[in-house]
Design a protein around this ligand. Sequence first.
Ligand SMILES: Cc1cc2nc3c(=O)[nH]c(=O)nc-3n(C[C@H](O)[C@H](O)[C@H](O)COP(=O)(O)OP(=O)(O)OC[C@H]3O[C@@H](n4cnc5c(N)ncnc54)[C@H](O)[C@@H]3O)c2cc1C
Ligand code: FES
Length: 294
Amino acid sequence: MNQKTSTVFEEKAKVISHKEYADQQFVLTLKAPKSASKAKPGEFAFIDCGENHLLRRPLSYLRNNASNNTVEFMYKILGPGLEALSKLKQGDHVNLMGPIGNGFSLEDPVKQPVMIGGGVGIPPVLFLAEYLKQCNEACQPIAFFGSELPFPFALTQSNINIAGVKKENNTTIQSMEKLDIACRLSSFSNFEGCYPGYVTELADQWLRGLTKEEKGEVIIYACGPEPMLAATSKLAYSHGVDCKLSLEEFMACAIGGCAGCTVKVYLPEGEAMKRVCVDGPVFDAISIYPNESD
Ligand SMILES: Cc1cc2nc3c(=O)[nH]c(=O)nc-3n(C[C@H](O)[C@H](O)[C@H](O)COP(=O)(O)OP(=O)(O)OC[C@H]3O[C@@H](n4cnc5c(N)ncnc54)[C@H](O)[C@@H]3O)c2cc1C
Ligand code: FES
């Protein structure tokens, strides 16, 4: 497990833009210099949703931009907290705590990174793909994202081939294409150019073309709904590739004090309870789903 300690900042951030997309999805850009200078992929912020909401809400960073002091988040309203957040207008202020969590381990440059993201689990893995590419031009991340709602990003047709994936499934996210990152989208909602199935099937199509040695170089990073994480874990196991999962749990404090976010993990030394907020949110897939060979 990736254990990391870093300073968590509290800051009053200014809303730079707040774009609404279909089905109550939003992309929020905040001027938050402390977060912007420190946030790494897989870390999250704990965001104040106003005085009527005692509990803050955790949101993963979608991007940071240290040169203009901004961070971005992508979210979908589930209940009253994010509903209140969605009312923020350009120029408003919001308190946030962050960056929190272990984030993805970035120590493995020899591996071939593969991102699998579903729905509101897309932000941390999209951030990771862009981050790795920007840090190292030679890195060739491959990303597969699935959503049943219209993707809250500008889309385009990709000119980057992904072996095993049909030519007609070539819709991608514009920001990924611009960075020369191979990316494909999946949905059962009949969106143009998207693979009509599960996002894990897209990843499987590509993995099937690799040799055993090539698979030894692959590492999957995933975030999304629980069934997608379970399927991803199974996929990774079946191909014999490493896999890291970013988990989501309901959080009350996000600083490790309340134990409200604990999950059971299976370690070589036995079972243990770990807090998703400070021990995670990123865990080895095998520690969450130890029986994926079944
Ligand atoms: C580390 C982390 C990163 C996250 N990143 C994002 C992100 O980038 N974008 C995004 O849209 N969402 C993200 N989430 C989920 C998001 O925090 C919750 O959806 C949000 O708190 C819901 O707030 P709400 O006010 O809309 O609904 P609430 O009223 O708080 O919740 C509505 C219902 O959803 C259930 N619920 C709420 N939170 C969770 C949860 N975390 N897990 C399971 N069930 C829950 C509750 O049972 C409740 O009944 C993240 C969660 C975690 C832990
Ligand atoms: S939310 Fe309190 S310990 Fe994690």
